[in-house]
Design a protein around this ligand. Structure first.
Ligand SMILES: Nc1nc2c(ncn2[C@@H]2O[C@H](COP(=O)(O)OP(=O)(O)OP(=O)(O)O)[C@@H](O)[C@H]2O)c(=O)[nH]1
Ligand SMILES: [Mg+2]
Length: 410
């Protein structure tokens, strides 16, 4: 039997099919509130609430491990919106942060940007995790407009610093809550709605990775999808009535009002569909087609299907789309869009877990994609001609792999 470390919450991983270790770390007041709620429902990953503010840590769910840092700098208080103090607080405790990430495969850092602790410390946490070889994913909220430009400046500074240390970044402006609620709604209630949405999204992702599916998605798939650096990422999980129209379900999944960007143009997409016994192949096919129509034809796609008796007349869709196009959200995002033009279509087909079929030979395709990248530096016309040929070749190969008809593009 696996040994369980005394100081870890990882004991709750029992029964999971995966030995993958994911640590979800909330940093600063907002980040800690978001992960505190989710930790009461999700038993498969380790949750850590990291804050300079000792008192704020006392109010969190008992399932969350508490990590107070920067004691010598802030004496157990917050930083009072001081970015540099947040940063040096984390730097002071680098060794302890390191031990937080030891033995982990991935960390998900969650922070509400705009204050001093979350914004200042997040790049120190992210760099440390990256240097230790973890896959790093950051989920951030941006301050409300009414909070003033100083907070937004701090948030932007944090994004700039942290970007290169993360494989993927999700950015959710708090302001978008006003797309669905009245401005008269009390702040606490508004924050709680945003947090709940984020919690559901994260829950969907974590369950997809840990729960076995008919067509299974696991950590190796997640690594494939998150393989690059600093990519703008859309994460959403939605639950809808199985009798409702599929079009509505796809819209609900791909147009989350909390986002200021969509899955359009995303280079890599992972999605999972979970339903009860009634989940029909036709529904799965329509949902898949709906998502693929939006991501763009060059996307690398991995999908899974799971059955869960808990979703009797419901269907749940989780989508993680990496490399979304939105040049006003992250600094220097334009450069990445240019690169995308040379990536060719690559659909990675997953095998059902019950049948052990021979492995798909996708290595050749990757080699050919590389070839396009090298040769694109030559004459543009020559390259275009050549890459069209290669694309045709790749599409032919796709068909040889017997990709299910519903995933083939018309
Ligand atoms: N979505 C969401 N945003 C929050 C929440 N709490 C705070 N925020 C936002 O996050 C910004 C930063 O606040 P905190 O997270 O409390 O700040 P901090 O990182 O603890 O930094 P200091 O307290 O200044 O050291 C605020 O300006 C709000 O816009 C929350 O629970 N949910
Ligand atoms: Mg605080």
């Amino acid at each position: 039997m696996k040994k369980i470390k005394k100081d870890s919450n990882f004991s709750s991983n029992e029964g999971s099919t995966s030995t993958t270790k994911i640590k979800v770390v909330g940093i600063g007041g907002g980040g800690c509130s978001i992960i505190s709620e989710i930790s009461t429902d999700l038993k498969k990953v380790d949750f850590v609430a990291a804050n300079t503010d000792r008192r704020a840590l006392k109010e969190l769910s008992k399932k969350t491990k508490v990590f107070n840092f920067g004691e010598k700098i802030t004496s157990g208080f917050g930083t009072g919106m001081n970015f540099e103090l947040g940063k040096s607080s984390a730097q002071e405790d680098k060794e302890r942060i390191k031990s937080l990430f030891e033995g982990q495969d991935m960390c998900i850092l969650v922070a509400s940007l705009g204050g001093g602790t979350g914004s200042g410390a997040v790049s120190v946490f992210a760099k440390m995790a990256k240097d230790m070889g973890l896959i790093t994913y950051g989920i951030f909220t941006l301050p409300f407009e009414f909070e003033g430009s100083r907070k937004m400046d701090i948030a932007n500074e944090a994004l700039k610093e942290v970007k290169s240390h993360l494989n993927a970044i999700t950015v959710l402006p708090n302001e978008n809550i006003f797309k669905i609620i009245d401005k008269k709604t009390p702040l606490k209630e508004a924050l709680s709605i945003i947090n709940k949405n984020l919690q559901e999204s994260l829950e969907g992702l974590i369950e997809t990775i840990y729960n076995p599916g008919i067509i299974n998605v696991d950590f190796a798939d997640l690594k494939t999808i998150l393989g690059e650096r600093g990519k703008l990422t859309y994460l959403n999980t939605t639950l809808f009535d199985a009798n409702k129209s599929i079009d509505d379900a796809v819209k609900k999944t791909t147009l989350n009002p909390f986002y200021s960007y969509t899955i359009n143009g995303a280079g890599s997409v992972l999605f999972n569909i979970t339903g009860g016994e009634n989940l029909g192949l036709k529904d799965v096919s329509l949902i898949s087609e709906g998502i693929l129509n939006l991501t763009g034809k060059n996307s690398k796609v991995i999908f899974g299907i799971s059955k869960d008796s808990k979703y009797k007349d419901k269907v749940r869709i989780m989508i993680l789309a990496v490399g979304c196009e939105a040049d006003n959200i992250l600094p220097e995002v334009k450069k990445e869009i240019v690169k995308k033009e040379i990536v060719k279509k690559e659909v990675v087909k997953k095998e059902p877990v019950v049948e052990k079929k021979p492995k798909l030979e996708i290595k050749n395709v990757k080699k050919e994609v590389k070839k396009v990248e090298v040769e694109v530096r030559r004459n543009a016309l020559e390259t275009k001609k050549e890459s069209d040929e290669i694309e045709r070749d790749i599409i032919n190969k796709d068909e040889q792999w017997e990709t299910p008809a519903f995933l083939r593009r018309k």
